[in-house]
Write a protein that binds this ligand. Structure first.
Ligand code: FAD
Ligand code: NAI
Length: 483
C-alpha cells in the first residue's frame, strides 16, 4: 500500500512521458504551472528515458532504419539509373542499429534537457491514480512508494503491442516492433503478421536490406483505411519491389524449430504453411490502462478498454484528463501531442480546439502514402457530393528528375461550396507534401484557393496545384477528363 503522506504538491501531474505526456508537461510549465511527469520507460541501456514508444521504439528508430535501408537500396540498385556506377556496395547492419540508437539517445536526452529548462520534475517510476487527485509513484529502483497531490492529472500512458497467443514472442525470433528494430543481421526469410503500418514499414526496411519478406494479412482488403485508389497504387508498387503480401491470411499456429520457424495460417484455399527464419507480430496496439488507477477510483473506460474522454479529453472525474494512444482516435504521435497542448491550455483557462478531421496520416513506405480528411468511400457513405482532381507525378518535372515519378495527388472538394474535404497522396515525399493540404484544410480553403496559389517550379508541390486545377478540369499538364 502506498504511503498516504503527500511528498509534494503540483498544479499538474502527467502520467506518461511519451509524445502526448511530455508535450503536455512542457506546455503546462510554459503556462506557469508547477508540473511533474511520471514515466517508467527503461531504455536498451537499462536507463530511464523520456519519449515513450515514439522516440524509443516507434516513430524515430523506424524512420532511421527506413532512411538507411532506402539509401542502401538506392545506391546499390538505382544509382545506375542516374548514370552513376557504384561497385562493392556493402551494408553494415550493426552500424545502422548504432546510428539509430544514437539518434534515439540524443532525442530522448533532449526531452530531459527541455524538462530541466522548463523546471518540470521527472519522477522515474510507475504512476497510479489514487483518490482525490493523488498519484502514487513506485520508483524503478524498488525504493519506497511516494504519494503526490495534484490539482490536475493528465494520463498519457500510451499503448503496447497486441500479442497473439498462437505466436508468443521469443528473444529474437518472434518479435514485436521493439525486437525488429534491433536485429543486427538480416533474416533470410522474414514473416510478418499484419499488413498494417508497422508491417509495411518494417517489412520495407528488412526487404531493402535483403530479406525475402512475406506478410500475412487477415483482411481481404489492403490498407482499408486509406483511399481505395491510393491503396491499389501502393500495393502495385510494393508488389513490384517484392514484398509478398498475402491478403485474407489468418495465422493459426507457430512452431519453433532448431533452425527455422513454421507458421501455419488459413486462407480461402484452406490450411497453409510457411517456413521463415524470423517473424514480426504487428497486429495493432492496445491501450495501457491496466492498473492505471486503484480500484475505488471509478475512472470510466470505453468498449475497447481505452480511457473514456469527451472532445476536451476530460474523463468522468473532474480534473483528470487523458490523452494520446490511451484514448479514442488514431494512435499517432502528433495527435497525442496536440491533445497534450490542448489539455494544458484548457487547464490554464483557455479554450483550445482540435479538429481531428485534419489529422494527417503518413505511411513511410516507398513511395510514401499520406492523407488528410475524408476518403471517397467515406464521402459516398455520408452522402456528400464531391468533385475529384487527380494529378500524376509522371507529369511532374521534379519527380522525373528525382526518378520517382510514380503515384499521384488526389484532391476531393465539396461539389457545392468547393471546400477541400480530403487530400490523398501516394508518391515521393508525400509525408512533407501532406502538410500543405493540412494547412489548406485547417484554413477551410477551397480547391479554387489552391488553384490560384503560386507554387515554385519545378517542385513536387506543383502536383498539389495541378490536382486542385483538375478538380474543375483545368489541369495544365494533363488531359482533363470530360465530366
Ligand atoms: P507512448 O509513446 O506509448 O508513451 C507512453 C509512456 O507512458 C511510455 O513511456 C510508458 O512507459 C509510460 N507509462 C505507461 N504506463 C505508465 C505508468 N503507469 N506510470 C508511468 N509511466 C507509464 N506515430 C506517428 O505519428 N508517426 C510515426 O511515424 C509512427 N511510427 C511508429 C512506429 C512504430 C514501430 C510504432 C510502434 C509506433 C509508431 N507510431 C507512429 C505511433 C506512436 O509511437 C504513438 O502513437 C505514440 O507514441 C503515442 O504517444 P503516447 O504519448 O500516447 O504514448
Ligand atoms: P495496424 O492496425 O496498422 O495493422 C494491423 C494489421 O494486422 C491490420 O491490417 C489487421 O487486419 C492485421 N491483423 C490483425 N490480426 C491479424 C491476424 N491474426 N493475422 C493476420 N493479420 C492480422 O497496427 P500496427 O501495424 O501494429 O501498428 C499499430 C499502430 O501504430 C498503427 O495503427 C498506428 O497507429 C501506429 N503506427 C503509425 C505509424 C505511422 O504513423 N507511420 C507507423 C507505425 C505504427
Amino acid at each position: 500500500m502506498p504511503d498516504k503522506q503527500v511528498a509534494d504538491k503540483y498544479d499538474v501531474i502527467v502520467i506518461g512521458g511519451g509524445p502526448a505526456g511530455y508535450v503536455a508537461a512542457i506546455r503546462c510549465a510554459q503556462l506557469g504551472m508547477k508540473t511533474a511527469c511520471i514515466d517508467k520507460w527503461i531504455n536498451k541501456d537499462g536507463k530511464p528515458a523520456l519519449g515513450g514508444t515514439c522516440l524509443n521504439v516507434g516513430c524515430i528508430p523506424s524512420k532511421a532504419l527506413l532512411e538507411d535501408s532506402e539509401q542502401f537500396e538506392h545506391i546499390s540498385k538505382h544509382s545506375i539509373e542516374h548514370g552513376i556506377t557504384v561497385k562493392n556496395v556493402k551494408m553494415n547492419v550493426a552500424a545502422m542499429i548504432e546510428r539509430k540508437d544514437k539518434i534515439v539517445t540524443e532525442l530522448t536526452a533532449g526531452i530531459a534537457q527541455l524538462f530541466t529548462a522548463n523546471k518540470i520534475t521527472w519522477l522515474q517510476g510507475k504512476g497510479t491514480l489514487l483518490n482525490d487527485k493523488k498519484v502514487s509513484v513506485e520508483p524503478l529502483d524498488g525504493k519506497k512508494v511516494s504519494v503526490y497531490q495534484a490539482e490536475n492529472v493528465i494520463i498519457a500512458t500510451g499503448s503496447s503491442p497486441i500479442e497473439l497467443a498462437c505466436a508468443p514472442l521469443t528473444d529474437d525470433r518472434i518479435v514485436d516492433n521493439e525486437g525488429a528494430l534491433n536485429w543486427e543481421s538480416v533474416p533470410k526469410r522474414l514473416g510478418i503478421v499484419g499488413a498494417g503500418v508497422i508491417g509495411l514499414e518494417l517489412g520495407s526496411v528488412w526487404r531493402r536490406l535483403g530479406a525475402e519478406v512475406i506478410i500475412l494479412e487477415a483482411m481481404d482488403d489492403f490498407l482499408a483505411t486509406a483511399d481505395t485508389q491510393v491503396a491499389k497504387q501502393a500495393k502495385r508498387e510494393l508488389d513490384k519491389q517484392g514484398l509478398d503480401i498475402r491478403l485474407g491470411s489468418r495465422i493459426t499456429q507457430t512452431k519453433l524449430n532448431d533452425n527455422d520457424l513454421l507458421v501455419e495460417y488459413t486462407n480461402k484455399k484452406g490450411e497453409q504453411q510457411l517456413t521463415v527464419d524470423r517473424l514480426i507480430v504487428s497486429v495493432g496496439r492496445k491501450p495501457n490502462t491496466d492498473g492505471i488507477a486503484v480500484d475505488n477510483v471509478n475512472l470510466t473506460m470505453d468498449e475497447r478498454n481505452r480511457i473514456d474522454v469527451n472532445d476536451n479529453c476530460e474523463t468522468n472525474i473532474p480534473g483528470i484528463y487523458a490523452i494520446g494512444d490511451v484514448v479514442r482516435g488514431p494512435m499517432l504521435a502528433h495527435k497525442g501531442s496536440e491533445e497534450g497542448v490542448a489539455v494544458a491550455e484548457r487547464i490554464a483557462g483557455q479554450k483550445p480546439h482540435i479538429d481531428y478531421n485534419n489529422c494527417p496520416w503518413v505511411i513511410y513506405t516507398h513511395p510514401e502514402i499520406a492523407w488528410v480528411g475524408q476518403t471517397e468511400k467515406q464521402l459516398k457513405e455520408a452522402g456528400i457530393n464531391y468533385r475529384s482532381g487527380v494529378f500524376s507525378f509522371a507529369a511532374n518535372g521534379r519527380a522525373k528528375a528525382m526518378n520517382q515519378a510514380s503515384g499521384f495527388v488526389k484532391i476531393l472538394a465539396d461539389e457545392q461550396n468547393d471546400r477541400v474535404l480530403g487530400v490523398h497522396i501516394v508518391g515521393p515525399m508525400a509525408s512533407e507534401l501532406i502538410g500543405q493540404a493540412v494547412i489548406a484544410m485547417e484554413s477551410e480553403n477551397t480547391s479554387e484557393d489552391i488553384a490560384r496559389t503560386i507554387f515554385a517550379h519545378p517542385s513536387l508541390s506543383e502536383s498539389i496545384h495541378e490536382a486542385a486545377l483538375a478538380v474543375t478540369n483545368r489541369a495544365i499538364h494533363s488531359v482533363n477528363r470530360k465530366k
